[in-house]
Design a protein around this ligand. Structure first.
Ligand code: SN0
Length: 315
């Protein structure tokens, strides 16, 4: 594997999930694979789980790991080709990415969307420029439109905890005060549509995701109907795709509560985190028996390790 940016970069989904679960059983079996190899993790935005789990995944494989918080510690990056750099940007992404490729054998990049210009965000301008100029394999640590390491960890978690062959999985929109990216729900939908699950998306009117990511999903504006019989509920806020980045008022009643779990198959509740308590998800859910959010976050390590292992095998 030379690129991990979406589910389309995976040739055998079941094999990758199985590999992640094997690594969970035996994390240090492949330390020779990463010996004297360097993983460079570049963050243009904040991170907790992605940073720590990917770092740990690299260390488990015997790699050296370098982390650069580009947004805080790096030079201000210029992204525009042909720009006359007489303003606040100091270094062009062409040099920055190319230099990183001199120091690292594999690079991970986090690049959130601006949520202003949909065409620019959905062209994956920043992520693709890193891929183009760094010259080494690249892992997405959440790009403008996708968060594939999260989605892989989510699928691993569902495979690990499911009690029937094709469980009902429901992605349900949650309230928030800010405009958040569509990356996590896009990505989760894209992975679930390829997995062996019965997949439903529920959101208020106006929060339709780009249909490129939802082919094969059942989509409804009725949360109660969607939750009926659910085995897994994936909670996430996102801003509108059209008009792009918009947050509509109202819809506070979309927050998941214990009362809403009654009609489910004692559903396990997932969230990628960070989560705003009592806005996106109630205390009673997060502190209750149905929440698997911490287990899910733990699985981020094995997802990242499976991907890095595939890349190391191909260096
Ligand atoms: C990001 C998102 O894509 O939704 C990262 C999730 C892994 N989440 C946020 O930016 C949350 C910000 C907030 O203020 O709650």
């Amino acid at each position: 594997m030379k690129l991990f940016s979406s589910v389309n970069d995976v040739t055998d989904l079941n094999a990758l999930v199985a590999e992640a679960l094997q690594l969970k059983q035996n994390p240090y079996a492949h330390q020779q694979l990463g010996k004297n190899k360097t993983l460079g993790l570049v963050f243009l935005n904040p991170s907790l789980r992605t940073r720590m789990s990917t770092q740990k995944a690299g260390l488990n494989l015997g790699m050296n790991v370098m982390v650069l918080n580009m947004d805080k510690e790096g030079w201000a990056l210029e992204l525009q080709d042909g720009a006359i750099m007489n303003g606040s940007t100091v270094e062009h992404i062409r040099e920055a990415a190319a230099v990183m490729g001199q120091y690292a054998d594999i690079i991970g990049v986090r690049s959130f969307p601006g949520l202003k210009d949909r065409n620019d965000d959905y062209s994956e301008n920043i992520f693709n420029k890193f891929v183009k100029y760094c010259g080494v394999p690249v892992v997405s640590l959440e790009s403008a439109t996708r968060h594939p390491l999260q989605s892989l960890a989510d699928l691993v978690t569902i495979e690990e905890l499911k009690t029937k062959p094709s469980p009902k999985v429901v992605l349900t929109w949650a309230p928030h005060v800010k405009a958040l990216p569509q990356a996590v729900p896009n990505s989760f939908a894209e992975w679930m549509c390829k997995a062996d699950v019965d997949f439903t998306i529920a959101h208020p009117k106006g929060y339709e995701l780009c249909t490129d990511f939802t082919q094969g999903a059942t989509i409804t504006n009725n949360q109660g109907e969607a939750l009926a019989g659910a085995d897994f509920i994936y909670v996430k806020n996102w801003s509108a795709y059209e008009p792009y980045g918009k947050v509509f008022g109202g819809n506070e009643d979309w927050m998941l509560t214990n009362a809403k779990l009654k009609n489910t198959n004692n559903a396990k509740v997932m969230h990628c985190l960070p989560v705003r308590r009592n806005l996106e998800l109630s205390d009673e859910i997060l502190d209750g028996e149905n929440s698997i959010v911490i287990h899910e976050a733990g699985n981020r390590v094995w997802a990242a390790q499976a991907v890095l292992k595939r890349m190391l095998e191909n260096l």
